[in-house]
Structure formats: structure tokens, C-alpha cells
Design a protein around this ligand. Structure first.
Ligand code: SF4
Length: 398
């Protein structure tokens, strides 16, 4: 566990291998996040760390990844790990043998058997060989970025996949033995109409996934999409239409048997994502791979973010951006994540939040009076009618 007497490096101090050792040693994560930073093409709305020019570095990446897992495995107490998630980037851009090695490395961490092992995929990358590598590597759940089934909207996002490749991928994954599928969709893409969104919902429901994530498009600062908006080359869609899309999503998914358990997330009964629940429930996660972010023993950290620098090392990754939030900040973060869940915050956390500052107390009272928050039994939650305003409510509270 992290030593409370240890002076954490600041972001500008640069990467620190000493901090990595202090953060990892004896920590007891609930889940593993591994980052594979390769993409075929950079989508215009994306602010994740990924690179497109990478073919010559894939072999070195897999060797380095295995070396990092070996070192992390020796440093942590893995007994509480129930799930793992390999994201990116596009993990399925790795060649089948490289992907299998990455997954087997994670599987070598001596958890009690993983209850959930998810890998993210882009639809155009799921060949039969990749599907087999996923299964032989131990994955049992795949999360596919569909975003839209309308070619013009995919073009707005600069997503380069054929909508028909989603159904092909799902078929290949199921034929190989992957039972649990998540599909990601984005609503509120510039130019989208309600009819487009209804067609997207038809398309995902026809594939009968166990889990669905439907996000409103965010113009992340620094992305080409945000720049196009700034230059007036595209316009965000009207708030009222975006809100109607969200309401329609909730109604249609509920009618199809999906339970909404988070602001943007739905699952069939028994199919909630353990890994994401660990984030929202103030769990701890260990980060593996370049630019992966972790949270252990009250410390937030990020692995060395540049692939070439990361490749030069061995063992654990040096970490940057290490931060140990104070108790009030940590409570605020916990409340913000917990309120994203439809079951809301338990009374003890909500009471502690209200007691932590007078501004928080009055924000809670204000939103209770205005109908944005409600008590449901012993839990405080965002009301159905205020879900589209959740970001505003959450930033008010914390
Ligand atoms: S494929 Fe995913 S990670 Fe890669 S650029 Fe597109 S959105 Fe970002």
C-alpha cells in the first residue's frame, strides 16, 4: 500500500519509477485495466491516447506488456480482482498471436477465476482469427464501438467502418464462443435526425446484445471535431432533439427488457459490467500499458504516456500525474460517480457529502426542491426527468 509519508511527484516532475513501486506495492485492486494504444485511424471525436503509425512496434509492445504484467503481478495483492478490461486504442488491431499473448499475460495474474474479462473491438477488425484469439486468450466479453449505423454520421465522426461489419463481428464472436456482447452507440451527432436514431436503435436491438452504452456526443477540447465546431464547420444538434433521443432510448431499451443502471448504460438482467461498476462504486484498479490510468490506495496515477518512451523500459511502467486527493475531494468524486448509477448514493455517503461543505449541502437541497434529486428509500439519486441534466447537477454538487 502507498506510504503516506511518501512525497508524490507532481505532473511536471516527469515520470517516476519510484512512485510506481510505492503505488503498486501491496495494493489490492478490484479490477485490471490494460491499454493497447493502436488504432487504424484517429476518429475525430476521440481524445484517448492512441497512435496510428505503429506496425513496426507491435512485437516490442507485446514483449514489453508481458514484462509489465510480470512485475505488476509480483507487486500487488491480486486476491480481490474479479474482472479485467483491455481497452484502447483498438486491442483487436494486434495480430491474433499478439492479442492472445496480451490476454494470457493478464490471465496469469493469480486472481480467483476472473468473473468477467472484456476486450474492446472495432467492428472492422474482428476476423475469425481474432475471435478465436479472444477466446483462447480467456476473454468472455467483447465491447464493440458501433457509434452509428448511418454512413453519413459515421463520416461526420471520421469513423472508418462499414455499418454491416458490426453484425458480421457479432456473428463471428458468438460462433467462436463469446457470449457477452456490449455495443456502444453515440446520439446527438451533428446532422442526425430522430429517424436516424430510431434506425440505430433498431440496428443494435436486432443484434440482441447483453449490454448497451448510449452516449451523447461530447465535443472534447483539442479534438478535430471540437475544432470544426469552433470554426463553424459543424454545429451541435439542438438540445431539445438530443434530449428527445435520450428519452426515446430509455423507453425503447426498457421495453426491450434492458435495465438502465447508469446514466448511459443498460444491461439485460444479470449482465451488468463488473469492471465499470468497480469505477462507479469507488473501487480500485491497476493500470497496465502506456497511458493507462489507475487508482490504488487513494492514489490516482497514469502510466508513462508516450509509447516510444514506455517501450524503452522493462518491468512496471514509470508513472506520471500522481495525485492523492484530500478527503473532501475524494468524497466529491465518490458522490459524482455513485450518482451516475440509477440506484444512487447510499444515505451515509450522501450525508457525509452534505456535511462536508455548506455549498454542497445547499446544492443538494436546491436540487431536491427543484426535482433534480430524490430520495428513494435510503438512497439519493438523480430523478428520471433530470438525467439529461446530470452533468450540471453533478458539477453543482461537487
Ligand atoms: S477507434 Fe476508438 S480509440 Fe481509436 S481513435 Fe477511434 S474512438 Fe479513439
Amino acid at each position: 500500500m502507498a506510504d503516506s509519508g511518501f512525497e508524490l511527484p507532481q505532473y511536471d516532475d516527469g515520470p517516476s519509477i519510484e512512485a510506481s513501486a510505492r503505488v503498486l506495492e501491496g495494493s489490492r485492486p478490484d479490477t485490471v485495466y490494460a491499454h493497447v494504444p493502436f488504432c487504424r485511424h484517429k476518429c475525430h471525436y476521440c481524445d484517448f491516447y492512441s497512435i496510428v503509425d505503429h506496425r513496426d512496434r507491435i512485437g516490442a509492445f507485446v514483449d514489453r506488456f508481458e514484462s509489465e504484467v510480470t512485475a505488476v503481478r509480483a507487486a500487488i495483492d491480486p486476491g480481490g480482482i474479479r474482472s479485467a478490461f483491455v481497452g484502447g486504442g483498438t486491442p483487436t488491431m494486434l495480430p491474433p498471436d499478439g492479442l492472445r499473448r496480451v490476454l494470457l499475460a493478464i490471465g496469469s495474474i493469480p486472481t480467483s477465476p476472473l468473473e468477467e474479462f472484456t476486450v474492446e473491438a472495432n467492428p472492422e477488425t474482428v476476423t475469425e482469427e481474432i475471435a478465436e484469439a479472444l477466446v483462447s486468450g480467456g476473454a468472455d466479453r467483447v465491447s464493440i464501438g458501433c457509434q452509428s449505423f448511418q454512413p453519413a454520421l459515421l463520416e461526420t465522426l471520421e469513423r472508418h467502418h462499414d455499418p454491416a461489419s458490426v453484425a458480421r463481428s457479432v456473428g463471428r464472436l458468438r460462433a467462436a464462443g463469446i457470449r457477452r456482447i456490449n455495443l456502444d452507440l453515440i446520439f446527438g451527432i451533428p446532422g442526425a435526425t430522430m429517424a436516424d436514431w430510431e434506425r440505430d436503435l433498431d440496428a443494435v436491438l436486432a443484434l440482441e446484445p447483453q449490454h448497451l452504452s448510449c452516449y451523447g456526443l461530447v465535443f472534447e477540447p483539442g479534438t478535430p471535431l471540437a475544432e470544426k465546431q469552433r470554426l463553424g464547420r459543424i454545429e451541435a444538434i439542438d438540445d431539445a432533439i438530443e434530449s428527445a433521443m435520450y428519452d426515446r432510448t430509455r423507453a425503447r431499451l426498457e421495453a426491450a427488457g434492458y435495465e438502465q443502471y447508469e446514466i448511459s448504460t443498460w444491461a439485460l438482467p444479470g449482465e451488468r459490467c463488473l469492471h465499470n461498476l468497480a469505477y462507479w462504486d469507488a473501487g480500485q484498479w491497476v493500470a497496465i500499458g502506456p497511458a493507462a490510468a489507475g487508482n490504488l490506495g487513494g492514489i490516482r496515477y497514469r502510466n508513462l504516456p508516450r509509447l516510444d518512451d514506455w517501450l524503452e523500459g522493462r518491468g512496471v511502467s514509470p508513472v506520471v500525474a500522481v495525485d492523492r486527493p484530500d478527503a473532501a475531494t475524494e468524497l466529491g468524486e465518490r458522490a459524482m460517480l455513485g450518482l451516475r448509477l440509477r440506484r444512487g448514493l447510499d444515505r451515509a455517503v450522501a450525508t457525509a457529502l452534505a456535511a462536508s461543505t455548506s455549498a454542497r449541502q445547499s446544492a443538494i437541497e436546491r436540487h431536491l426542491d427543484a426535482g433534480g434529486l430524490e430520495w428513494r428509500g435510503d438512497r439519493l439519486r438523480i430523478t428520471d426527468g433530470a438525467l439529461m441534466l446530470a452533468d450540471d447537477i453533478l458539477s453543482d454538487l461537487v
